[in-house]
Design a protein around this ligand. Structure first.
Ligand code: PMP
Length: 434
């Protein structure tokens, strides 16, 4: 079976709106460490980890052994209506790591559901359906989470069940706050928040939700300290702050364990997903006990925090802490950030290299302008694959390359990926400028 046959079958039975990467679609059949092998017989260095999902890497015994031990008990899952030791232990770890005092945890199967739960809790706690979100954000694919997603390609926002207003994003290349230095950006963003509260809401807003670094939006980051400055305004009327750490959590940014910590603020609710399961479906919301306890109904998730996923989650958290993967992300991330900054500075198509730690975005532009260059982005993306490197793409205009390798990346692998990225960018820059 070639990938082409599989693509035709995929197209025949799956909805038209599911994107598939690459001109020649790729089927991955095995993985080891930071490398995956395709049905095309080629090995690739994986700098995307399935949208930052394979946080530890592939076929790591410290993760797979505890999962196999759980399978060996004969119980994949029964019900979360019974006590699940793995789940309680993982909740204790996450509550402690969250930095939120006396926190409680609710497990779900996806980031979407985690954010949906956070919205449910915040709106119930505050008795308001007004939410503030950020332009260029992505929070999920249900009605409510699409409604707080400020990214046109991913949001059917006319179906929004919530009353949502969007704040300006941290985009440094275009938009009203572009080209401002950090202090001026924070002042202008806070003024925007005050204006939105005064003009576009009834005042009783439930929560502000934001990603410390916008993932799908192309690794756009708010200036450090912005959420702390927002918080002062939110605290005047008790508006909750939700940090969507689905992409930024568990040390990926290198400098902190959570993205919010760069902002001098503690969120009321924090949502997590993706990397925590290292491929298993595991996500959730952690936050203030009084907010987690805010809904006066009975509710549970059939699969959220099941024993197999929770076994993986416990193993992942232990691996991250025991091997100080945050420090690894900082060190290998620096190789990439510094190498890209130095070696792409003369390439006209490179508009900005941004992000933190092992979240690296390269925004491509038409040389000499700030106009998005989605053509060059696709070319570099395909060229990287040809050279043996998997990366992601995204951004509001589809013109950002996104790199989020497993946090176990070695220095040599960082240099190998860097060389391929620079080569691919140089080839395409030559084509565009010719
Ligand atoms: N929040 C963020 C920041 C995300 O990047 C994503 C997924 N890309 C989600 C929420 C939704 O997660 P899921 O796809 O697991 O529902």
């Amino acid at each position: 079976m070639t990938s082409d046959d599989l693509l035709a079958r995929h197209r025949a039975v799956m909805p038209s709106w599911m994107p598939i990467y690459y001109e020649e679609p790729l089927e991955l059949v095995s993985g080891k460490g930071r490398r995956v092998t395709g049905a095309d017989g080629r090995e690739y260095l994986d700098f995307f980890g399935g949208v930052l999902t394979n946080m530890i890497g592939y076929d790591i015994p410290e993760i797979t052994d505890p999962v196999r031990r759980q399978l060996d008990t004969g119980i994949v899952h029964t019900s979360t209506l019974y006590l699940i030791r793995q789940q309680v232990e993982l909740a204790e770890k996450i509550a402690r790591l969250s930095g939120i005092p006396d926190a409680k945890v609710f497990f779900t199967n996806s980031g979407t559901e985690a954010n949906e739960t956070a919205l449910l809790l915040a709106t119930a706690y505050r008795r308001s359906n007004q939410i503030l979100a950020v332009r260029n954000s992505y929070h999920g694919r249900t009605y409510a989470t699409m409604g707080i997603t400020g990214h046109r390609s991913w949001s059917a926002s006319s179906l929004n069940p919530l009353n949502v207003t969007f704040l300006h994003s941290g985009d440094r290349l275009r938009g009203l706050l572009a080209h401002l230095d950090d202090d001026a950006h924070i002042d202008a963003a806070v003024a925007d928040l005050r204006e939105v509260l005064a003009t576009s809401t009834a005042g009783d807003v439930a929560a502000l939700i934001a990603e410390p670094i916008q993932g799908v939006g192309g690794f756009v980051s708010a200036p450090d300290g912005l959420f702390g400055a927002y918080r002062k305004v939110l605290d005047e009327t008790g508006i909750l702050f939700i940090s969507d750490e689905v992409q930024t959590g568990w040390g990926r940014t290198g400098e902190h364990f959570w993205g919010y910590q760069a902002h001098g603020v503690t969120p009321d609710l924090l949502t997590f997903a993706k990397g925590i399961g290292n491929g298993f479906a595991l996500a959730g919301v952690v936050g203030r006990a009084d907010v987690l306890d805010a809904i006066d109904v009975v509710s549970f998730s059939t699969f959220g925090g099941n024993p197999v996923s929770a076994a993986a989650g416990n193993a992942v958290v232990d691996y991250v802490l025991n091997n100080d993967l945050q420090a690894n992300a900082a060190r290998t991330g620096a190789i990439l950030h510094e190498g890209l900054a130095a070696r792409t500075k003369d390439l006209g198509i490179v508009g900005e290299v941004r992000g933190k730690g092992l979240m690296i975005g390269i925004e491509l532009i038409e040389p000499g302008t700030t106009r998005p260059n989605s053509y060059a982005t696709v070319r570099v993306f395909e060229e990287c694959r040809r050279l043996g490197l998997l990366v992601g793409k995204g951004g509001l205009y589809g013109n950002t390359l996104r790199m989020g390798p497993p946090l176990t990346l070695t220095d040599d692998e960082a240099r190998e990926g860097l060389d391929i990225l620079v080569e691919a960018l140089t080839i395409v820059d030559g084509e565009v400028q010719a």
